[in-house]
Design a protein around this ligand. Sequence first.
Ligand SMILES: NC(=O)c1ccc[n+]([C@@H]2O[C@H](COP(=O)([O-])OP(=O)(O)OC[C@H]3O[C@@H](n4cnc5c(N)ncnc54)[C@H](OP(=O)(O)O)[C@@H]3O)[C@@H](O)[C@H]2O)c1
Length: 301
Amino acid sequence: MRAVVFSRYGDESVLELTERPEPAPADGDVLVEVRAAGVNPVDWKHREGAVRSDRPFPLGMGWDVSGVVRSTVPGGPAVGEAVYGMLPLPYGGAYQELCVLPASAVAPKPARLSHEEAAAVPLAALTAWQALETAGVTAGLRVLVHAGAGGVGHFAVQFARHRGAHVTATASARNLEFLRRLGVDEPVDRATADLASGEPFDVVLDTVGGPVQHASWRLLRPGGTLVTLPEPVDEAHRIPGVTARRIIVTPDGEALRTIGELIDSGAVHVEVQSVLPLQEAAEAHRVSSEGRVRGKLVLRL
Ligand SMILES: NC(=O)c1ccc[n+]([C@@H]2O[C@H](COP(=O)([O-])OP(=O)(O)OC[C@H]3O[C@@H](n4cnc5c(N)ncnc54)[C@H](OP(=O)(O)O)[C@@H]3O)[C@@H](O)[C@H]2O)c1
């Protein structure tokens, strides 16, 4: 089968489209014919060596798939069924014609989405879902989502609105109208915003890290919750009375089933900035690492 792999950590040039043996499903795994693979920042962080696995090279790439089930397990999806899912971290293996993943990690592909759109969903949407769960976001809470136009952010703002929260989100000026269309109550230009002078938030989702995480502490009311994604909580900036947690996303087919129902009902929009052929995986990594993607990038197989 064709697969994008890499045999040393490094820049985009280490990615190689090559022939690899078909993967063998372990107990509980389904084998999926991949139609499309989502691209996430963790993909190029893995390629650079910032996220490592203990398996030998060559290593597979990518965690998001949409495709068709070729072999299954009792209680799993049917052979021939269209599914989408997230592979468990830290072993990638989505940028390839066949992939294995636990049956518990897949759900039916949302009917209104193409495979390319569905592959954009799992890792980013599950991250947003699990972040809001962690923070206990409910109706009436004031929620701030940093980078609301990004992969995780555009799901987080829609899920938070669906839970009835009042949502503020940051983005650059070119994305403010996009945030409005997603239902964000207060889209904020990240270049000019003075968030500290407004009403404090109950929950802040930090999808950026560094100075954005540091500034986030002071935007929260006492008893509020900071959830951070890219980096661990920086204890040096901790403010007493504020809860702070970093989460690491985990595969969850049941949550993907619920998310798929929200998508099919029209409550959640999936934004795909562009779809590239598998052989352009390196270009997809280059674009993703610039940090300006609106929604998601996807590879077509
Ligand atoms: N811990 C976990 O399990 C987990 C899971 C998923 C993702 N992550 C991490 O979370 C981060 C976000 O992931 P993602 O998939 O959402 O990334 P992404 O899609 O690449 O994010 C791109 C967006 O970030 C915005 N942005 C860039 N710099 C910004 C800044 N300084 N302030 C505000 N917005 C900024 C850009 O919006 P504008 O162009 O409008 O500014 C762009 O739309 C990544 O570091 C990723 O590795 C962690």
